[in-house]
Design a protein around this ligand. Structure first.
Ligand SMILES: Cc1cc2nc3c(=O)[nH]c(=O)nc-3n(C[C@H](O)[C@H](O)[C@H](O)COP(=O)(O)O)c2cc1C
Length: 173
């Protein structure tokens, strides 16, 4: 299947990126088509709430920035992986801008192809995930009705078992 990985970490060698790399390698080995976007290196502005997308734009966003690259992939993606460091008890601002800009493409309805979602979070301390999970559970599992392919987190130093759990999920897709 086609999987879109949205990585909200600015650190290419950080724990979020270790998780996305483990996922990508295992999912590709299992024959899946994985496309990763690093939001922190892209020019993606916040949603303007102009409602152009739900009026004249007919689903298209009024802002023409790097989000266009993600919109074109979203059309036939079957699974999204939301991957982020925890910043101040939530996902990073870079990934939050991407999610807010889903307003044109996933609200009120996601494309037919989109069925599955997973979340990878990296934090300094344990049990810091309530804010990020609220959006995952409420917006993606609840509102959009996507099937949960797993929630994976790592506090502090990366642990091999977290990467192994992610690889097992990827193999089982
Ligand atoms: C701006 C900022 C805010 C952070 N806020 C939290 C926090 O609220 N809770 C926490 O446990 N760790 C926090 N951290 C630590 C990061 O979540 C942690 O270092 C994580 O591993 C970073 O992900 P990365 O390795 O993918 O860059 C924060 C780090 C930064 C830079």
């Amino acid at each position: 299947m086609k999987v879109l990985v949205l990585n909200g970490s600015p650190r290419p060698q950080g724990n979020t990126s270790k998780m996305t790399a483990a996922f990508k390698e295992a999912a590709e080995a299992a024959g899946h088509d994985v496309r990763e976007f690093r939001a922190a290196g892209m020019n993606i502005r916040g949603c303007l709430a102009c409602e152009y997308c739900h009026g004249k734009g007919a689903g298209a966003c009024a802002q023409k920035d790097d989000m266009q690259k993600i919109y074109s992939e979203l059309k036939d993606t079957e699974m999204i992986v939301l991957a982020s460091p925890i910043y101040y008890h939530g996902i990073s601002g870079q990934l939050k801008c991407v999610i807010d800009r889903f307003y044109s493409a996933l609200y009120p309805k996601a494309p037919e192809s989109l069925k599955y979602i997973s979340m990878f979070l990296a934090s300094g301390d344990k049990d810091q995930y309530t804010g990020a999970r609220f959006s995952f559970d409420g917006d993606f599992l609840g509102y959009l009705g996507l099937e949960d392919k797993g929630f994976f987190s790592c506090a502090g130093e990366m642990k091999d078992e977290v990467l192994d759990e992610i690889r097992a999920m990827a193999k089982g897709l």
